[in-house]
Write a protein that binds this ligand. Structure first.
Ligand SMILES: [Zn+2]
Ligand SMILES: [Zn+2]
Length: 105
């Protein structure tokens, strides 16, 4: 028997062509990353994705991934220490408003 392996299906269209067509015609631009800006409210240092905070339980993680909650012991940190100036601020104070830069100082 002349058994083919996987291509026993009928040939349909050229794979990828429709997809390409959609990409050309449909206005589908990548969404710009528009999350809340995070910075130290005191020195304006911006944490990196690889920045690590350490809980009293010894666990290290990026505290902004979990809004200040330790993923290991689930302790909720209300204050967050700056890794640059080493001062503490309210965790929510780190999230800069979108229109920061003008207005109340
Ligand atoms: Zn912990
Ligand atoms: Zn700081």
């Amino acid at each position: 028997m002349d058994v083919r392996r996987c291509d026993s299906e009928e040939p349909k269209k050229v794979p990828g062509l429709d997809d390409l067509f959609e990409r050309v015609t449909g206005v589908e631009r990548p969404v710009p990353p528009k999350g809340p800006k995070i910075r130290c409210p005191l020195c304006l240092w911006q944490p990196k994705k690889r920045s690590r905070w350490y809980c009293t339980c010894g666990h290290g993680w990026n505290t902004f991934d979990t809004a200040g909650r330790c993923p290991k012991c689930t302790f909720q940190w209300v204050d967050t220490a700056c890794l640059s100036c080493a001062r503490w601020s309210k965790h929510r104070a780190w999230y800069a408003p979108d229109d920061e830069g003008r207005g109340a100082a």
